[in-house]
Design a protein around this ligand. Sequence first.
Ligand code: BGC
Length: 497
Amino acid sequence: MVWYQPLVFSALLGVSWCTEDWTFPPGFKFGAASSSYQVEGAWNVSDKGESIWDRFTHTRPEKILNGDNGDVACDSYHLWQEDIDNIADLGLHYYRFSISWPRLLPTGFANKISEDGARYYNNLIDGLLEKGIEPMVSLYHWDLPQTLQDLGGWTNPLIADWFADYARVAYSLFGDRVKMWLTINEPMIVCDSAYNTAIIAPGILNSDHGAFLCNKHVLLAHAKAYRVYEEEFRAQYQGEISIANQLIWYEAWTEDDEDIAELAVQYIAGRYSHAIYSEEGGWPPAIEKIIDENSKKKGYATSLLPAFTQEEIELIKGTYDYYAMNYYTSRVVRAAREGEQLIAFPIGDIPDLNAVVGVRPEWPASDASPESSATFFYIYPEGIRRQLVWLKNNYGNLKFAITENGAPDVGGLNDQGRIDYYQKHLKQLLLAIKEDGINLTHFTAWTLMDNFEWTDGYRSKFGLYEVDFNDPLRTRTPRNSARFYANIIKNNALDVE
Ligand code: BGC
């Protein structure tokens, strides 16, 4: 008769604490993400316009591992039904994908809408909804129409209006069915990575002006697209919109480096968030001051961080329905020593702050190839929680969605490294929800299936599904992580000992 005693005892103690503790709030949603250039292929079918990634990969193949490109990628333009079946098999509540701007608007402008482009996204959206899966749609995941790049791209202030016109077309075509929108994916990569390093499209190096001009214009573009929705579509469609920021969490290298760590967080998170989410709007004051001083030292009469007019501050402020955060990795930071050579932000240090960036020895590298750019993804699960708490402390208890999180490896179906990564990050998110009172509603795995990983070509794999890129059928096979994730979704809980 002893067998039941532990049960009774545990019932008295509330044995269910174990599962309850690691259970997500009711209604919590799980999804997975992809992006147009990384999966669609069909780069020149029908009347699709050329994107900056088409141009970059075709004219600068030496910039991409093995000279690879996204001409075919996962061929999702043709295999979207298979993608939907895989999404349904995972039990995802939603699928985050992006619209290719030049596929929908071949000239980049709203004067001509591609029928084939519209049909493709309509099919995808309808196919998802038929299986009870919500579409979460990003308007911009880096594949700018080349026509607009030829006019200066994100450094031309007119892009804010071009983007708002494009957004209006997307809302009017798809807004009856799409209720979760993201305007721009990772403006920090679009601006800072692009112009400070030129390793990604459009391949232009201009670190004094490029990144900060782009920074201001993506905020304006986002805000105008938000206002279009608010004024012309919200009453009818009741959707929600945000911008998706990739945040690298920065902590002090030693206890003496707290101030510079806070500045580093303001530099990356604040520069793309303060204008939208803070009460006063505009640039984060500490960063504005530093860039102003740096600009003077460089001999410029005005700050390289272009000022906002009061009207622009008001336009941008409050243009969110939730905070969308992509999180992969963290860094430690300290002040540079006399004569230390700094590497450009964000791949290396933060020269604007005269800050050196590193990782703690106990943060493991991901399972990516050591030669790959994906070694960038050092693993620090606590970072995701700390970053959310920072956002809450700075901007209030907003509704938060994790719109990307994941880890690379070099392939194979037994992806224990990825499983551990998700398990640890989801655990931190549950702690953030339960102990820090973070109002987190969504978690999005990056990525549904292996795809074109930008400069790393097809070497780094992030997929829950493996894709065979040597097979013309681009066969997709679930990895162990797919089963692991499906289980979490089914139970709405982590399986924690
Ligand atoms: C991007 C994805 C990319 C992933 C892994 C994110 O920054 O949004 O497009 O594939 O990181 O590098």
